[in-house]
Design a protein around this ligand. Sequence first.
Ligand code: UD2
Length: 313
Amino acid sequence: MLSHYVVTGGAGFIGSAIVRGLLREGAGTVVVIDNLLTGRESNLEEVRGSIDFQRADIRNYEEIAPLIRGAAVVFHEAAIPSVPRSIDDPVPSHEVNIDGTFNVLRAAHQGKAGRVVYAASSSAYGDTEVLPKVESMTPRPKSPYALQKLVGEYYCAVFSDVYGLETVALRYFNVYGPRQDPSSPYSGVLSVFMKAILERRSPTIFGDGEQSRDFTYVEDVADLNLKAARAGNISGQIYNGGNGGRVTLNQAWALLQKMEGVEIPAIYRTPRAGDVRDSQADTTAAVGDLGYAPRFSFEEGLRRTLEWYRGQA
Ligand code: UD2
């Protein structure tokens, strides 16, 4: 295969947005690697005829190495996300997020791939004294998931330094949008809120709801990936992939109630272990080095997302 693109986790919520972005840009061959643990083939429905879907598991080096060999760019999105999931069930998330990432990097190096763009996480920062969070801050992971994602970043930097493999890590800040699966107890909070508001049910908020997140629309993150695949002189670097704003859970739920014209009080429970209190990205580096330009305000992203979930109901 000549100069194809690989998206690990390409049947997932973020991976499938990258696949669609690549095809929109006219990318030749796009190979999707996904074990369908949390990914869904339905996320790739419209593009099924234009991609090479490979059901394979990044925990298995032999399975993925031939698919990655000679790739122009590997977008490494396959992961077991969720802070609480990594606490409740740490072995699979460790194996996928650390060993799987190592396998992808090793396959990319051995197979002479052009670049790996890695899905890192804002959770690496933990609680910082200062907001917004800048890449130069010392990471303070608070959960197995945060640590695993940080190890992946370090592996990217080491593969760049030691083997000369081009890598770049993008620290995603709470990505949301169409196709995010709301059905698991580990689902992202906005997908859970969407489902609750459309079913006219109270959501559960862990803690006082005053924790804040820099919610980032999935299309902006996909666009950031495409830019990171093209930019020069960035190997081994880390970039924040956020929107730059900060919204509390109480504000997000209030906005959804307003959009729907309903009043449904949330139910408050004890805070979750490993939770970060506040999160907000400084996007200066990504804007400057990669030409990142997030387009979706929180209101606009939320509106589009809500319409998508309504269409699914
Ligand atoms: C972390 C990362 C994020 C991404 C994600 C992947 C931070 C700041 N962010 O997201 O970048 O890597 O992990 O999983 O570390 N919550 C409720 N009710 C619910 C569900 C969640 O109140 O039904 C709360 C939860 O306790 C937390 C907030 O909502 O305070 C966001 O939770 P989440 O699971 O959507 O994402 P988070 O911040 O752990």
